[in-house]
Design a protein. Structure first.
Length: 94
């Protein structure tokens, strides 16, 4: 599947059950994102959201996106297993 420049398309899905996260700690997972390239915008989203965990994503290399969950609350937090979606926005090149 080819995604036009500047368009977003779902590229990968999977289940993720990160370990318990203490304050400031994080958990990482690499997700395959077919046809994605390094340098493209790479957001990710869990099925359920929480104000206690910050989710971030970046393209690590071609076809591989790294998703990170970071605990930003004062206590240890357990993020339950949930589906995870990742997508890519193709860069516009002038």
């Amino acid at each position: 599947m080819t995604v036009p420049l500047g368009a977003a398309g779902v590229r990968g899905r999977g289940a993720w059950d990160p370990p318990d996260l203490a304050l400031g700690s994080n958990a990482l997972i690499d997700v395959r994102a077919k046809a994605a390239r390094a340098g493209e915008l790479a957001p990710a989203a869990p099925v359920s959201s929480t104000p206690f965990v910050e989710l971030d994503a970046e393209m690590r290399s071609n076809n591989t996106m790294r998703v990170m969950a970071r605990n930003i609350c004062a206590a240890t937090f357990d993020l339950a297993a949930a589906p995870l979606s990742v997508w890519v926005t193709k860069r516009r090149v002038p």
